[in-house]
Design a protein around this ligand. Structure first.
Ligand SMILES: Nc1ncnc2c1ncn2[C@@H]1O[C@H](COP(=O)(O)OP(=O)(O)OP(=O)(O)O)[C@@H](O)[C@H]1O
Ligand SMILES: [Mg+2]
Length: 508
């Protein structure tokens, strides 16, 4: 019998359906994948289940009984756990304190020793190794995610909702994470997982439900389908993953980094003696296990952090001391991997977010007076060109926080790939995008390359790096472990460098 049945679920925002007559049933011991384009209604559906939104219509049966949770608290009490894409842990607190936060069972005196034992037992049982005494801010993203899952298990969840859980994980972490899910499945837990990666759906799920424009278009048994069929249901066509990287890059150096180091300050990774060149018309891929200095390297080039020593030159001019704004004006664009803290102001609308870089220039402002008409015109054009879907009918006036995750990402890309950009730092540019949008963004980056611009592509996705890069530099421990030409780069060679094994390639 299904542990969960959602029947004819409907939910509209401002008159537009985000979910229309959706049926979803999940059994104990089943891993059920939800698939669909950005904005298709996946998060909305699980938010209804978890009591964040109330459905306009339909019914939910939980363990055979009619249920409708009016808050996450009620959903948790009933045995449903959810891990959001943006984690909700208190960074300064320990793992143990995060676990018991908001639970009432502790009585007057907190028996930390027995709570710790319960956490360690749970962790061991499912392979979720983590130290209960560690502070969350000291943990890697993968470890924080384990804490989120442990937290749900500690609260006796029987069904786990995972909204894009692998987006922030490295391939190794994803493999470990899937082992955990298999253990949970064996113990009879029910799992709903949202992911855009076909390989993951094929590897981990038993069934898959596909949404399109808020409607349910297919309900398939995973072993009876394949990625091509899933793609057709989802975007109505096959993917074309051939990218034109044939024209050779030019000799001219656009960016030159010489012996740049960054001492360890408060947080973040130190960088040691980085030297790199990026040519005109080239995509330089930066591979590496996340957290090996990628973010710091991007921020040093974009001017968000100052390098400790060494030189950074853009078209021959030393820009090492210039502000981030000045560097943007000189042609450095930056697609950051953290859309909420670095790139968007989510309480502002689409037009305003698209204008964050340019509002003080002609034609958008004249003698310090904003030209709304020019902004609106530009915003509409960009939304169309980059296929940004807003919520409901509010178009360019939609507040960014109401947009789906993938559409927020498209908005940043639309803003940063301007005519002005000469060097584009693209950090995890396709994270959270559906397969159609991913293909589109990759094509846009290649188009920029072929038009004579330079791109630094930082990605945790090795396939993406290998498909798009002219050369690949591998970062390990804040150093460049090696640089490979497109033709010489194999998964094995990059993998070795990513693990810090430098041989021949160790020399620059
Ligand atoms: N609180 C809200 N107010 C208004 N519109 C909303 C709200 N929440 C979601 N929407 C809209 O509902 C639609 C479905 O969004 P949802 O977040 O469910 O998509 P998704 O399938 O999770 O997409 P993604 O893959 O990009 O995360 C979108 O058009 C979104 O803008
Ligand atoms: Mg979503």
């Amino acid at each position: 019998m299904a542990i969960l049945e959602m029947k004819n679920i409907c939910k509209a925002f401002a008159g537009v359906y985000a979910n229309k007559n959706i049926n979803l049933s999940v059994e104990k011991g089943e891993i059920h994948a939800l698939l669909g384009e950005n904005g298709a209604g996946k998060t909305t559906l699980v938010n209804i289940l978890f009591g964040i939104y109330t459905a306009d219509g339909g019914e939910i049966l939980w363990k055979g009984k009619a249920a409708g949770f009016s808050s996450p608290k009620e959903a948790i009490a009933a045995g449903i756990g959810m891990v959001h894409q943006h984690f909700s842990l208190v960074q300064k607190m320990t793992v143990l304190d995060n676990m018991i936060l908001g639970t009432k069972e502790n009585g007057l005196i907190l028996d930390r020793a027995s709570i710790e034992k319960r956490i360690v037992d749970l962790a061991q049982k499912y392979g979720l190794t983590v130290d209960p005494k560690a502070r969350v801010c000291d943990l890697s993203v993968g470890e924080q995610q384990r804490v989120e899952i442990l937290k749900a298990l500690y609260r006796n969840a029987e069904l786990l909702i995972l909204d894009e859980p692998t987006g922030v994980l490295t391939p190794q972490e994803t493999a470990q994470f899937f082992d955990v899910l298999r253990n949970l499945k064996k113990e009879g837990y029910a799992i709903i997982i949202i992911t855009h990666r076909m390989s993951e759906i094929m590897a981990i799920s038993d069934r898959v439900t596909i949404l399109r424009d808020g409607r349910q278009v297919a309900d398939l048994i995973t072993s009876e389908t394949d990625p091509a069929e899933l793609s057709r249901y989802m975007i109505g066509r096959d993917l074309n993953e051939h990218y034109d990287i044939t024209k050779p890059a030019e000799e001219e150096d656009v960016l030159v980094i010489e012996h740049v180091s960054l001492p360890r300050k408060h947080k973040g990774h130190p960088l040691h003696d980085i030297s790199l060149r990026v040519h005109r018309g080239e995509i330089l891929g930066i591979a590496g296990v996340e957290g090996n200095g990628q973010k710091e390297l991007a921020e040093i080039i974009a001017g968000i952090q100052q390098q400790g020593s060494g030189k950074i030159k853009l078209n021959g001019a030393d820009i090492g001391k210039e502000s981030a704004k000045k560097r943007y004006e000189s042609g450095i664009a930056y697609i950051s991997d953290d859309r909420h803290s670095d790139s968007l102001i989510v309480d502002m609308n689409i037009t305003e977010n698209l204008m964050l870089r340019e509002y003080c220039h002609e034609p958008y402002s004249h003698h310090r007076i904003l030209n709304r008409k020019a902004m609106v015109h530009d915003a509409k054009r960009k939304m169309e060109e980059y296929q940004v879907k807003a919520s409901g009918n509010s178009g360019i006036n939609t507040k960014v926080k109401l947009m789906s995750g993938g559409n927020q990402q498209k908005l940043i890309i639309a803003r940063e790939l301007s005519d002005k950009a000469k060097l584009i730092i693209a950090s995890q540019p396709t994270r959270g995008l559906d397969i159609g949008a991913t293909e589109f963004v990759r094509r846009m980056l290649v188009k920029q390359r072929n038009a004579g611009k330079s791109v630094i592509l930082i990605s945790a996705d090795l396939e993406e790096i290998m498909a798009l890069s002219d050369r690949i530099a591998v970062l390990f421990g804040g150093r460049i472990a090696g640089i490979l030409d497109r033709g010489d780069a194999t998964v094995d060679r990059i993998g070795l460098l990513m693990g810090g094994v430098t041989g021949e390639e160790g020399r620059l």
